[in-house]
Each structure stands twice: as structure tokens, then as C-alpha cells.
Write a protein that binds this ligand. Sequence first.
Ligand code: THU
Length: 136
Amino acid sequence: MSAETDDLIAQARAAMAKAYAPYSNFLVGAALRFADGTVITGCNVENASYGLSLCAETVAVAKALSRGRRGELVEVAVVSSGDAIVTPCGRCRQVLNELAALGGTDPMVWCSGADEVRALRLSELLPAAFGPDSLA
Ligand code: THU
């Protein structure tokens, strides 16, 4: 694992510290790295109306798009307060795919647990994805 990836995971952990998860007490942090080196992070944001809760990856992607980012997504890190490796939920895979597809990249997703990290390409997490091109 490169020093850049180590740093990305560290930034996801720092974002996780800001998680608002009083209902599940399951804290999640995500960090997106773009081709120019920019890192944009997110944490999960829960709601008293449980079903309205937002995942860390979705928050990070919304921040990125709202800052004008369109593609060039090269790496993603996801961490949680649990021991097990955390992989993005199905909705987050789709949300990540939208941003990645805009730049035609297949980012590595570093899924962290307490003792190990699993590297999975987004295309492995979401094969045969429906994306912007599917609407053509
Ligand atoms: N969560 C994420 O933030 N990302 C995922 O990919 C999986 C789940 C959050 C949602 C909820 O706030 C908490 O983890 C428990 O499901």
C-alpha cells in the first residue's frame, strides 16, 4: 500500500470522528482522492427518522459533486468503528459509480477493518453497473 493510500485511510478515520450516528452508534468515514491529489471526506449523518440517514460515502460524493468535481476519482477509503471490514452499501456503490463514470475511472476502494484492509475495484463491487451512459 502506498503512502498516499495510508494517508487517504487516515483522512477517512479523521472524518469518521465527526460522524453523527447517535442511533446506530456505528461510525463511518469515507475519503475520495482525485487525480490532482485533492481529498474530499464524508461521515455518516443519521436522522431521528432513521430511514433518512446518509452514509459516509454518499456524503463525500455529494460534497465532491457540489464542489464541481466531475470524475477523476482514483481511490476511495472507507473505515468504520466496527472491527469487521466495511464495504460500501449497495446504494453507496451506485452513488460512487456515478462520480467515477463521469471520468471513466475504476477507482480502488480500500475497505478497512480493525486489523486488515481489503482492496476492491469499484467494478468488482458493482459489476454491470447502471450509469450515465445507460441513459443514452
Ligand atoms: N453506513 C455508511 O455510512 N456507509 C456504508 O456503506 C454502510 C452503512 C452507515 C449508515 C448508518 O448510519 C450506519 O452506517 C449503520 O448502518
